[in-house]
Design a protein around this ligand. Structure first.
Ligand code: GRG
Length: 297
């Protein structure tokens, strides 16, 4: 297993490449300066860059130079960033802090934050289309992302979450499928797109998908736990809001200890999906699965 320190060096290095790309991703696009400022404000506010790094690393595992999927990977981060901006809006979670900075609608205004999110989502597809790889691979990956981010994925999961928030507790299976849509779908698609863009065969694409599904559940359980046990300074966003909003979470449903056990078990499941794969990239993805549950931010 790759030591966590070594894993973090590669995570940071790939994250840095993503940030560099993001800082110029709107260059040459004609738009009102305030909208550009609002979009870049959230895009460049930090973050772990987990989804683009997953895409790059999955591509690398499948034998492609990760630099070749950089535009596509960065576009996934644009979609993730839009979802965070909209999630913080008064009509949704009404959070004032994100990644340690005022949330977009606090730094700008509500209407601009809505448009900054809309701009990031739509422009992400333009950015994906600039990926210089065979067009049939890019098309398959674009479809995968659209499915994961849209009404059958992240957007649908968010709606389910809103419907159930404050209502009677839901069961564990229902919670898992809701989270699989809301946060799992984009994480899984990030891995699958890396494989699709690399032109990987079906077996390898399936391994990336299985890894991504388990990683997504582990990630979400860890997120639920952090909201309960961490603090605002460390996390860079308000904590304890799940309880305040009456959200369905793993700790609320099965308690803290069982949630920790479940998170570790899903991380192990993610690693198991890579059985038979050796080398730096497989080791990195295994260590990343571990980090997902051990992380403090
Ligand atoms: C508003 C369409 C729409 C969707 C919102 C993903 C989502 C759905 C909301 C985000 C709210 C949230 C805190 C979900 C839990 C999991 C999650 C996405 C956490 C944030 O992702 P990280 O930890 O964030 O990767 P960084 O800042 O590191 O990028």
């Amino acid at each position: 297993m790759m030591p966590q320190d070594e894993m973090k060096v590669l995570l940071r290095s790939r994250g840095h490449d993503v940030e560099k790309f993001l800082s110029s991703c709107l260059d040459g696009r004609d738009m009102p300066p305030r909208l550009r400022q609002a979009m870049l404000y959230s895009l460049l506010a930090g973050g772990k860059r987990l989804r683009p790094v997953l895409c790059m690393s999955a591509a690398a595992l499948c034998g492609l130079d990760p630099a070749q999927v950089l535009p596509f990977a960065a576009a996934i981060e644009m979609i993730h960033t839009y979802s965070l901006i909209h999630d913080d809006l008064p009509a949704m979670d009404n959070d004032d802090l994100r990644r340690g900075k005022p949330s977009n609608h606090r730094a700008f205004d509500e209407a601009t934050a809505i448009l900054a999110g809309d701009g990031l989502l739509t422009d992400a597809f333009l950015t994906m289309c600039s990926t210089s790889l065979p067009s049939e691979r890019v098309l398959a990956a674009v479809a995968e992302i659209a499915l994961a981010a849209g009404s059958s994925g992240m957007v649908g999961g968010q709606e389910w979450d809103m419907i159930h928030t404050g209502g009677p507790a839901i069961g564990l299976n229902q919670l898992r499928s809701m989270h699989a849509m809301k946060t799992g779908a984009l994480l899984r698609a990030s891995c699958v797109c890396g494989a699709l863009l690399a032109g990987a065969h079906a077996e390898l694409r399936e391994a990336m998908s299985t890894y991504g599904v388990s990683l997504g559940v582990a990630f979400q359980i860890a997120d639920d736990i952090l909201d309960l046990i961490s603090d605002t300074i460390t996390l860079g966003k308000p904590v304890g809001s799940d309880v305040v909003h009456g959200k369905n979470t793993y700790p609320a449903l099965v308690g803290l200890e069982k949630s920790r056990e479940l998170a570790s078990s899903y991380a192990r499941e993610a690693c198991a999906a890579l059985d038979g794969h050796d080398g730096l990239e497989a080791d990195f993805l295994r260590a990343l699965a571990d980090y997902t549950v051990q992380r403090t931010v």
